[in-house]
Design a protein around this ligand. Structure first.
Ligand code: ATP
Ligand code: MG
Length: 557
């Protein structure tokens, strides 16, 4: 689906009108992550929206790190976020920006409010401040420090800045209205003391602006035309506007809210994802089971699949939970169109072709993709000994089983028709080898005897292949709503979400498979070489996704 074929969403309509009526001449948006964790699929919605609108309307989009809280933020996250935004296919306007770039200006604006009698240093303890704040149904009470003189406030704020007070001893508050129905307007804290180094500004500051004081003003400095955030900020909008109305800012951006993305069987909260990492439930932020962009990348999900998914779910103002099956559909749809084809036997069974000469090897050719002609053809060595999938052979079977059966024929994909003639078993009675005959007159055509093979199965040469490990993933949570009201999301972590298969046999060309590119292993799903585990001799492949929606099948049973 493209934006042309879909009705416009409310933000597109707003922007179109703003441009038409001259309220805005240049569309400037921003994506403002806090660098306190890795980006997840929810952030992708915001990225696609902000960068997408800028592209659509010929504007630009900034990447701004919202780094007002030195306690939880790290440089590692800054780098990871930049990588993920680029990977999704977007380029931010100019240099990366940081809210901390504006700390000097924000400090000046705090002084401005003090001079105008619109901010004061308050010595209430955090506990007292909570009591004075009132509740949703009761108005708050003025702080006893509210009517300090401008001079006193300037002096005290200077002392705060110079580190002369302890953390929590005092704060700078905007003087708005303690009786306002909107609690955000009840003299909100705009600067707090944090005696902590910052990843960008070092130990220059020991006071830091609040999110509310920093965000709108940063938007104004950057000339943001449409400041788009998620619905939980709706109640902050009057405060956003109050600061811009009461400060000599260079522009007055407008805030708009949209519903955040929630996905079933998934948690999208950096705090919870961090807990999964820190407590060892997963193998890092980029574990292929994680809904992080780095995890999805490592798993082999193409960025176009995520962009298409974000387009498909649309942008609204009502909260809902999206079925993770939609994301899976988009991944499959994209990979079907783009993924190079290959063969890999996950659970090998040896096949010996009794009438194929020992030591002979011919090289067969197979298309790189059924319709893409930019992918080179593959070379498949064909030899006397092969591997097929264990489950592709039975001694006896009914007509529905369209694979290899003793005494019957099957086609080897991209190769010849073979017939199973004998079975070799071990002492435990398990089948360890199938002896077959091959009809060398069947490359690309049916056998001359008129007996058509029932099915087509994949195979690899036992002499020339790549030994590999394959990792199959299931959903990380077995509960559709792992963090719904009162539940501990850790209780529903799926213990079987990773299954490792050793001794898999992949076609020889996969020796040079690159991490980050998903292949269709014919009949088995989409797989991508892991970027961290495995070696040149023995790569590890992650299953990106199966060929069909096995969950939907389960549910319809
Ligand atoms: P989390 O709850 O995971 O910590 P956050 O909102 O605190 O997320 P930020 O780094 O502040 O994370 O988010 C950057 C931007 O991404 C914000 O504009 C935020 O609204 C948006 N965003 C975060 N989560 C989602 C989501 N699930 N759906 C849509 N947008 C999101
Ligand atoms: Mg946040």
């Amino acid at each position: 689906m493209t934006s042309e074929s879909k009705p416009a969403h409310f933000l597109q309509n707003i922007i179109r009108e703003d441009l038409a009526e001259g309220r805005v001449s240049q569309v400037v948006t921003r994506f403002p992550p806090e660098p306190n964790g890795y980006l997840h699929i929810g952030h992708a919605k915001s990225i696609c929206l902000n960068f997408g609108l800028a592209q659509e309307f010929g504007g630009s989009c900034n990447l701004r790190f919202d780094d007002t809280n030195p306690a939880k933020e790290e440089e590692e996250y800054v780098e990871a976020i930049k990588r993920d935004v680029s990977w999704l296919g977007y380029q931010w306007n100019g240099e990366v920006k940081y809210t901390s770039d504006y700390f000097d200006q924000l400090y000046e604006w705090a002084l401005h409010l003090i001079r105008e009698g619109k901010a004061y240093v308050c010595h209430l303890t955090p506990e007292e401040a909570r009591q004075y704040r009132g509740t949703l149904t009761e108005p708050g009470t003025n702080s006893p420090y509210r009517d300090r003189s401008v001079e006193e406030n300037l002096a005290l704020f200077e002392q705060m800045k110079n580190g002369e007070f302890a953390e929590g001893e005092c704060s700078l508050r905007a003087k708005i209205d303690m009786a306002a129905p909107n609690i955000n307007l009840r003299d909100p804290v705009i600067y707090r003391i944090k005696k902590m180094a910052h990843h960008q500004t070092g130990d220059k500051w020991c006071i830091y602006p609040s999110y509310d004081f920093a965000h709108g003003q940063s938007d104004a400095i950057e000339g943001i035309s449409h400041s788009i955030c998620t619905l939980e900020f709706e109640d902050h909008k009057p405060l956003y506007d109050w600061f811009l109305d009461n400060l000599p800012v260079p522009s007055h951006p407008r805030q708009y809210e949209f519903a955040r993305l929630n996905l079933n069987y998934t948690v999208v909260s950096k705090r919870k994802l961090k807990q999964l990492v820190d407590e060892g439930y997963v193998d890092g932020w980029d574990d292929p089971r994680m809904p992080t962009l780095s995890g999805q990348r490592r798993r082999g999900v193409p960025p176009a699949a995520i962009r298409n998914f974000c387009e498909m779910i649309g942008v609204t103002r009502s909260d809902s939970v999206v079925d993770v099956g939609m994301l899976e559909y988009c991944i499959r749809d994209e990979l079907d169109k783009t993924a190079p084809r290959a063969m890999c036997v996950l659970e090998p069974l040896k096949v010996t072709l009794r009438n194929y000469p020992e030591g002979r090897e011919e090289v067969l050719s197979a298309p790189g993709h059924p319709v893409r002609d930019d992918l080179p053809a593959r070379e498949l060595p064909f030899t006397r000994t092969l591997y097929i999938e264990k489950e592709d052979f039975r001694e006896e079977a009914n007509k529905k089983y369209k694979r290899l059966v003793l005494g019957k024929k099957v086609r080897l994909r991209n190769a010849y028709v073979i017939q199973a003639e004998e079975v070799v078993k071990n002492e435990a009675g398990e089948i360890v080898e199938v002896i077959c005959s091959v009809d060398l007159d069947t490359l690309g055509k049916d056998p001359a005897d008129g007996v058509k093979p029932k099915g087509v199965i994949h195979w690899v040469s036992a002499d020339k292949h790549v030994e590999c490990e394959v990792r199959l993933y299931d959903r990380l949570f077995s509960d559709p709503n792992p963090d719904a009201g009162g539940k501990n999301f850790l209780d529903s972590v799926n213990p079987d979400s990773l299954k490792v298969l050793e001794g898999c046999k992949a076609e020889i060309g996969l020796a040079t498979a690159a991490a980050g590119i998903s292949y269709q292993f014919e009949r088995n799903g989409y797989f991508c070489r892991d970027s961290e585990y495995g070696s040149a001799e023995k790569p590890v492949f992650n299953r990106t996704i199966g060929l069909r929606d096995s969950w939907a099948k389960e549910q319809n049973k």
